[in-house]
Design a protein around this ligand. Structure first.
Ligand code: MN
Length: 228
């Protein structure tokens, strides 16, 4: 059976130690998952159930590519995050089974048109214009679990133009990755290729054209992105 139009290319990410690539499906993002970031956004960091929003897979910006400052925003923020990449999908995945659904890990930036997101919050409208725009998900190569295991602690930091802006530890996640997978798979049938951006620590802020963002999760990966 042929398509009536050409299907768009599958977005992909490179994989450490392989010439093959990882096919990117949906990008699920966890909101408010570090207490210090919840506080800086004016929210109560108590352990409420996690909430999720999505970016399309086409929003991925692989390493080595510049981030084009998007139109219709005067306040575009970085949010540096640990990313889990699913190798096996499922529904109602128990937290204890979650690790075997994960192919690997990466680090990424949940780029946000903060002004549009704030407007949407105030008007009780959806967040897509603020969160799901083109190139809004810069992401490193995937590090397979076979190479790095399952990271549960390790520094997470982001430098903006060489100055430390975000600094925490992934052990400070309010909901850890197995718990996120358990909750998310109650709401959605997860599929191989889905990415999960796990939330950002405190220190988010605006970017300007010319800025260089350089982030790292210790034991996982680094990512450098230039804003143009
Ligand atoms: Mn985020």
């Amino acid at each position: 059976m042929a398509y009536v139009i050409s299907p768009p290319p599958m977005p992909t990410l490179p994989v450490e130690g392989s010439t093959n690539v990882f096919p990117v499906g949906r990008i699920f993002c966890v909101g408010r998952n570090y207490a210090d970031h919840a506080r800086e956004m004016g929210d109560d960091p108590q352990r409420e159930p996690p909430f999720f929003f999505l970016k399309p897979g086409s929003a991925i910006l692989p390493e080595g590519r510049d981030f084009p400052y998007p139109a219709f925003s005067e306040s575009v923020h970085y949010e540096f995050e640990l990313v889990a990449a699913l190798g096996i999908g499922g529904t109602n995945i128990p937290a204890t089974d979650a690790p075997k659904h994960i192919y690997g890990y990466a680090v990424g930036l949940d780029m946000t048109r903060r002004d549009l997101q704030d407007q949407a919050k105030a008007l009780r409208r959806p967040w897509e214009a603020g969160k799901a725009f083109d190139y809004s998900a810069p992401c490193s190569r995937i590090q397979p679990v076979a190479r790095i295991g399952h990271p549960i602690r390790g520094a997470i930091w982001l430098d903006v133009n060489g100055k430390r802006a975000q600094n925490s530890d992934i052990a400070a996640l309010i909901w850890n990755i197995p718990e996120i997978l358990a909750e998310l798979s109650k709401l959605f049938t997860l599929a191989p290729g889905d990415l999960i951006f796990t939330g950002t620590p405190a220190g988010v802020g605006p970017v300007q054209r010319g800025d260089v963002l350089h982030g790292c999760v210790e034991g996982v990966a680094e990512l450098t992105v230039r804003v143009v």
